[in-house]
Design a protein around this ligand. Sequence first.
Ligand code: HGY
Ligand code: MN
Ligand code: MN
Length: 407
Amino acid sequence: MPAVAVTRGRLTGLHEIVDVGRDRARGGYSRHVWQPAEIELRAWFVERAERLGLGVEHDRNGNIWAWWGAPGDDAVVVGSHLDSVPGGGEYDGPLGVVSALDAIALLQSTGFTPGRPCAVVVFAEEEGSRFGVACLGSRLMTGAIDPERAGALADADADGVRFAEAAEANGIAARHLGRDDAALGRIGLFLELHVEQGRGLIGLDSPVAVASSILAHGRWRIDIAGEANHAGATRMGDRRDPMVAAARGIVAVRDAAAARGDDRATVGRIHALPGGTNVIPSAVTTWLDARSARDDDTRDLVAEITARVGAAAAAEGCSVTVVEESWSGAVHFDPVLRDGLAARLGGIPALPTGAGHDAGILAAHVPTAMLFVRNPSGVSHSPEEHATLDDAVAGVVALEHVLRGLL
Ligand code: HGY
Ligand code: MN
Ligand code: MN
C-alpha cells in the first residue's frame, strides 16, 4: 500500500461531530432518523461534502448523495449511515461516512481526478432504531420494502409518529417513497467501510479486513396479553401476569439460541403496559433479534422460540402474538470483488460478520463489498465501541488506494 502523506487532524472528521447526539442518560450516542441529532449530522455531512466540491442530492427515500463530478451511470459509490442505536458507539456508521469523505479529500490532494462517476452516500435509518425496520433507506431504494408499509411504520417509543409523517416533515414527499431505479441504476459498485463489530481483527496484524458474509437476521415483535390488576390486592393464584410470561420467554430466547451452535438471539427492548410499579401489567411487548448463518436456521430458531414463548404465556393464562418486523437474508459477498479488494490491499483477511449493513441490502442488486476497520474493544452498539486513530487512518488510506484503482 503506497505511503500517502496524510494529515491526521484533517482525516478523522469524526472530531467534528463528536458531541452531536451524546446521550447523557444512556451514555454513548442516540442519533435517530429525523430527530435533532441526526438532522444535525445530515447538515454536517452536506457542509463537509460541499467543502470538497461535491454536489449534494437528496433522494426520494431520505438518503443523501454527494457526487464528485457529474452524477452518472456505473458510479463507484462509497458511504454508510449516520444514525445510531440508542446509546450507540461513535464509529458505527459515521466512520464509514467520514472515511469516504477523507479518502476523496486525499485523492483530491494529490491532484487525482476520477475517470468515472463517484458518490458518497448516507443511507437513512440503517439501525431501524426509530421505525423498527433495519436499513430502511436502502430497502426503500431497492424496493425491498413496500413503501406503503414503510410509510405506516410508527415510532413506538415516542409519539407514534409514522415514517411518512417524519419524512414529510423533513422535505420528503411520502407519496414518492419507494424503489428508485434512477438512483439504483447509477450504482456500478458499492463499497462500505465500517468499524468491525466483533473481535475478528483483534490479534491480527492487519488494521483492515474485507467482509465475506453477513448472518441472516431479523426482528420480531412479541406481544403478551394478560390481565391488569392491583399488585397488592391480587393473590398470586389469581393473576394472569404477562410480565412473568415475558420473563420466561426471554430466558427461552437465550436457551434456544445457546443450544444451536453459533446462533444468536436477543431481547434488548421491553415495554410493559401501563408500566406502574404497583400494577400487574395488562400487556408486555418484547422485541426479538435472531440471527444464524442460514436463512432456514434463523427461521427454525424463531419457530422454536415462538413455541416456547407460547407455552410460557399459556402457563400464565396469557395470550401471545409474534409478528415479523424486519428480515435480512444471509449475504455472501461477491468472492471475485472481495478477493480483488483484498489483493489490492496487500492480502488483508476476509471476515464474516453478525452485523447487518446497507451493503447487505445493496449486495442483491449491485456489485458490493465491505471494508472493516479494527475495533480493539471488540464491542459495538455501546459506548465502548472504538477504533484507534492509526487504524482509522489505515482505513482511509486503504479506501483511497482502492478508489484510485477503481476510478
Ligand atoms: O443490527 C445490525 O446488525 C446493524 O447494526 N443494523
Ligand atoms: Mn449498528
Ligand atoms: Mn452500522
